[in-house]
Ligand binder design. Structure first.
Ligand SMILES: [Fe+2]
Length: 343
């Protein structure tokens, strides 16, 4: 590839005049924004070790009352993007949120889409537009763009979950804002996933109405996802065991920005994920193992840990246990890449 001229090749007086008129020459920067064949990636491969983060999160519970936090969250910031930018990947924000017994994270809504993945604790629920969603280990709870949501904890001990939002993307688009609201009135006794979408291809005959929004199902119980993967493992003796979370009425991804999935590693299994353009994050629901990216950076992980990896890379996951499976929830920017035609 041809070497292009640098900024230093230009006379200082010329450069100053360009700056004065808010102009920038493209050629000194062109290779940086259009590198040959592989994009430059800021997303670093890393693991947020839950056993080390948890004490700090509980300390936040002592240091900062809910009234002073509104959302008590430690953000999982990928240093490759700059810690203050609060990005796990270019489009994905992740944070670990803590609620203590009796606390409520007050009602609000915002433009970014959010999913929470429950890590520990029982007895909490998220109310989304009047629909109370029980929060159990490994469940996905959706609070899509614009929907009111509040979190209440009526159980014992702390509850912790992983928030996954498309906040960096919406923020970059200068579209990120929030609004506070009064506590919600519940219009259902339970989430619709409890009955309406509890079995694939089957819905109640009476009183069932198709969702009026792109997210008719707000809670994806972990138990159902897990048993689907276990069924697949019994059926397929080899090959990747992976499922996608979709809108049960249309089969579309949960959000246009971030896609979610779950995967299982058989005991002792090592798998190479299909090579893809998008960066991704992993949350370990069960098991322990290793992540290797491009054969070099090898990261060990345990249950409840969360990981990130860049796109355009060879990702290999290894289950270190000889007798127990691994289960992970993954999120990536594939829906957006597909929409943009860069997947
Ligand atoms: Fe929120």
């Amino acid at each position: 590839m041809q070497q292009l001229g640098t900024l230093e090749d230009l006379p200082e007086s010329y450069r100053n005049e360009l700056t004065e008129q808010n102009l920038v020459p493209l050629w000194p920067n062109m290779r940086a924004v259009l590198p040959p064949k592989v994009p430059s990636r800021k997303t670093r491969t890393l693991c947020w070790d839950y056993s080390r983060v948890r004490p700090l999160l509980l300390q936040a519970g002592e240091l900062t009352p809910m009234e002073k936090a509104e959302r008590r969250v430690l953000v999982l910031a990928n240093p490759g993007h700059g810690l203050n930018n609060m990005q796990a990947t270019p489009s994905i924000y992740m944070g670990l949120q803590l609620i203590l017994p009796g606390e409520t994270a007050p009602n609000h809504r915002h433009t970014p889409n959010a999913v929470r993945i429950i890590i520990e604790g029982e007895g909490a629920y998220t109310t989304v537009n009047g629909e109370p969603c029980k929060m159990e280990r490994g469940d996905l709870i959706l609070t899509p763009s614009g929907k009111w949501h509040e979190h209440q904890h009526e159980g014992q001990g702390p509850i912790v979950w992983l928030d996954v939002l498309d906040l960096p993307l919406i923020y970059q688009l200068e579209g990120s804002w929030a609004m506070e609201g009064k506590p919600q009135e519940k219009i259902l006794s339970r989430d619709k996933s409890f009955a309406d979408y509890s079995a694939a291809g089957v819905v109640p005959s009476i009183n069932f109405r198709r969702g009026e929004t792109d997210s008719p199902m707000l809670r994806y119980p972990w138990g159902k996802t897990r048993s689907c993967l276990v069924e697949m493992a019994e059926h397929y003796q080899e090959g990747l065991l992976q499922v996608s979370y979709v809108n049960p009425e249309t089969g579309a991804s949960l959000f246009p920005s971030i896609g979610f999935g779950a995967l299982m590693l058989r005991p002792g299994e090592t798998i190479a994920l299909p090579k893809r353009t998008t960066a991704c994050v992993f949350h370990v629901v069960e098991g322990h193992g290793e992540l290797s990216v491009d054969g070099s950076s090898v990261v060990a992980w345990n249950e409840k840990d969360t990981l990130s990896a860049p796109g355009y890379s060879d990702i290999v996951l290894r289950n270190r246990s000889a007798d127990k499976p691994v289960f992970m929830i993954i999120a990536d920017e594939a829906p957006l890449h597909r929409y943009l035609g860069i997947f």
